[in-house]
Design a protein around this ligand. Sequence first.
Ligand code: SIN
Length: 316
Amino acid sequence: MQNIVVILGTGGTIAGVAPDGETDLAYEAAQLSVAALVRSAPELRDVPLETEQVAQVDSKDMTHAIWQALTHRVLHHLLREEVQGIVVTHGTDTMEETAYLVQRVLAPNKPVVFTGAMRPASSRQADGPDNLVDAVAVAQEPGAQGVLVVMAGTVHGAVDVRKAHAHRLDAFNSGDVGPLARLDNGTLHRLRAWPSGEPMGVAVVDPAPDTWPVVEIVTSHAGASAGLIDALARAGTKGIVIAATGNGTVHEAIEQGVQRAAWSGMAVLRATRCGDGAILDAPEDGEGAWPSAGALTPAKARVELMLRLMAVAGRR
Ligand code: SIN
């Protein structure tokens, strides 16, 4: 019977504890085990669950090694007939990057649901238990698929989601396209189709993490210079994401640096630094324009460019 939900723990505020048990701001992330998180949600008592601790980090310190290990554990459980869906507990700060990576690499046809919390587990108003219960409900939803993020009663797709607020409980949004579904008291209201896509395949993340291509983000801003880009080129950086202004425009000084870097073989992708909205390329931008990352945030565009470079290296 396909009814098991596997919960993979990676740390974050959902597993965070304040030393005095009081404050919601000064706390240590990644303190409680994923098994302890499940025990804090009585609604999950009768759900057939398995837990596994894949990592225990504050997600600001997320590494490529953890991404590699997590992707493999997700794939392992997806391939088990008896597993209906997977939940990943994760810090909210880089959740969108990890979720995007897993979607691009695995594009799963079962639900892989990321969740976290904006308040630590020790808070009197902790949001983690409700988010975990909601995430498990989505992982059990018949027909659900793809990598999803469930926070504050809202279901987002991994490609569209971004953390848009520094501290509100409802910190995530899906930009112009909006969320996939909402949960009201455990009832799921679907708004859009579940994500689908062509997986890049797990082999793309198999190289040793310290050999993954270095891809950096450079922000275009008033008073910019090409100094950073020239330094990155000298350091052998393989790819650069320009966090561009508005609809993908780039300061002329940065533009010149990027041109030099591209001639020396650096790959380039443009993402908008605006919080919302996709770059719309004008036909007159022509072939000379740096490719755009559409609606991806600069952080997700970095993941995308790195994976593309890895896929090309893997085909050689
Ligand atoms: C983290 O990202 O691990 C800490 C912050 C959070 O989970 O909200």
